[in-house]
Design a protein around this ligand. Structure first.
Ligand code: NAD
Length: 295
C-alpha cells in the first residue's frame, strides 16, 4: 500500500470529485493536506471532518497568482514543509466549436487548465527544494490523446498539461522534483453538470447517473471513480515512484485501447458495417474459410 506518512501535499480542486477523493486517500495514507479550492463551504467541511492538524483548507482560485502563493505559504506555515503538489483543479472549458469560438472563453479555459499548472509549479519549487525535492502531479485527460472526448479548448489545454509535465520533469530533475501527468478517462464527478451550468444538485444527480449507467463505456466494465485517479496520484506522490518522472499515466478503464469493436464483441465495427455484414455472417464466412483450408 502507498505510504505517504510524514509528507505534506497541496491538492487543488480539493472540494469535489477527483480532488476530494485524493484528500481522503492521501490522509488515509498518512499525509497532511493543504486543500485548495474556490468552494469555501465544502473546503471548510474537510477541515472539520479530518481535523485541522491533517487538513487545512485555503480559499484559492488557481487562476490568481496571489491565491496560489497564499495557499502555499499558509500550508507551509501550518505543516512546515511541502513534498507534493497535485495540480488538479479544473472544469469543462468553453464548449464552443472552432467556427463560433468565444476567444474570451478560450483565455479563461487556458488560464484555469494550463496557466495555473505553470504558476502553481513555479511557486511551489522553492518549498519543494527545501526538503531536497518532491513530486508534482498534474491532471491531464484522455482528451489530450484524440478527439471525441471533450471540447477542443479543453483538450488542447490538457495536451499542454501532459507536455508541460514532461518538460518540467527534465528541467527540475536536478532539484529531485519529479513531475508526472495522469490522463483520466470518464470519471463520475460533477464536472459534467458543472460544465453545463446546471445547479449543484442537478450536477450531483448527473454524476450519480453516470456512476450507475456508465459501466459499458469502457472495457473495464465499470465506471471510473475519483478514487481510481487518487490511487494513481498517491502512488506517484510516494517514494515507491522515485524512479518515475516525465511520464503520462492513462487511467481510463481501457477506454482508449482502441475503437469500441476491438473490445466489445457485440459491436460490428466500421469494416463490417461498410460491407453490410452482421457479426454472425462474418463469423460464418470465417468458419467456412477455415474449414476449406483444413480439407
Ligand atoms: N471527471 C472526468 O471524467 C475527468 C476526466 C479527465 C480529466 N478530468 C480533470 O480532473 C480534474 C478534476 O475534475 P473533477 O472531475 O474532479 O471535477 P469536479 O467538478 O468534481 O472538481 C473540480 C474541482 O475544481 C474546483 N475548481 C474549479 N475552478 C477552480 C479554480 N479556478 N480554482 C480552484 N479550484 C477550482 C471546483 O470547485 C471543484 O472542487 C479537472 O482538471 C478535470 O479537467 C476529469
Amino acid at each position: 500500500m502507498t505510504d505517504l506518512n510524514g509528507k505534506t501535499a497541496m491538492i487543488t480542486g480539493a472540494a469535489s470529485g477527483i480532488g476530494l477523493a485524493s484528500v481522503e486517500l492521501f490522509v488515509e495514507r498518512g499525509a497532511s493536506v493543504i486543500a485548495a479550492d474556490v468552494q469555501d463551504e465544502a473546503g471548510k467541511a474537510l477541515e472539520t471532518r479530518f481535523g485541522s492538524d491533517r487538513v487545512r483548507f485555503v480559499h484559492c482560485d488557481v487562476t490568481q497568482d496571489a491565491d496560489l502563493q497564499n495557499a502555499l505559504a499558509k500550508g507551509h506555515e501550518a505543516f512546515g514543509r511541502l513534498d507534493i503538489l497535485f495540480n488538479n483543479a479544473g472544469s469543462g472549458g468553453t464548449p464552443t466549436r472552432l467556427e463560433e469560438l468565444d476567444l474570451d472563453g478560450y483565455d479563461q479555459t487556458m488560464a484555469l487548465l494550463l496557466r495555473s499548472v505553470f504558476a502553481a509549479t513555479k511557486f511551489a519549487i522553492p518549498y519543494l527544494k527545501e526538503n531536497g525535492g518532491g513530486s508534482v502531479i498534474n491532471t491531464s485527460s484522455i482528451s489530450a490523446v484524440c478527439a471525441g472526448y471533450a471540447p477542443i479548448t479543453y483538450s488542447v489545454a490538457k495536451k499542454g498539461v501532459a507536455h508541460f509535465s514532461r518538460l518540467a520533469a527534465a528541467e527540475l530533475a536536478g532539484d529531485k522534483i519529479r513531475v508526472n501527468a495522469i490522463l483520466p478517462g470518464f470519471i463520475a464527478t460533477s464536472i459534467f453538470g458543472n460544465s453545463l451550468g446546471v445547479s449543484k444538485e442537478v450536477s450531483l444527480q448527473m454524476s450519480e447517473m453516470i456512476a450507475q449507467n456508465g459501466g459499458t463505456m469502457q472495457p473495464a466494465g465499470r465506471v471510473g471513480h475519483g478514487r481510481d485517479i487518487a490511487e494513481m496520484a498517491a502512488f506517484l506522490a510516494s517514494d515507491a515512484a522515485s524512479f518515475i518522472t516525465g511520464s503520462e499515466f492513462t487511467v481510463d478503464g481501457g477506454m482508449t485501447v482502441g475503437p469500441r469493436h476491438s473490445w466489445d464483441t457485440s459491436d460490428p465495427g466500421p469494416l463490417l458495417n461498410a460491407l453490410g455484414l452482421t457479426i454472425e455472417q462474418a463469423e460464418a464466412m470465417r468458419d467456412a474459410m477455415l474449414a476449406a483450408k483444413t480439407t
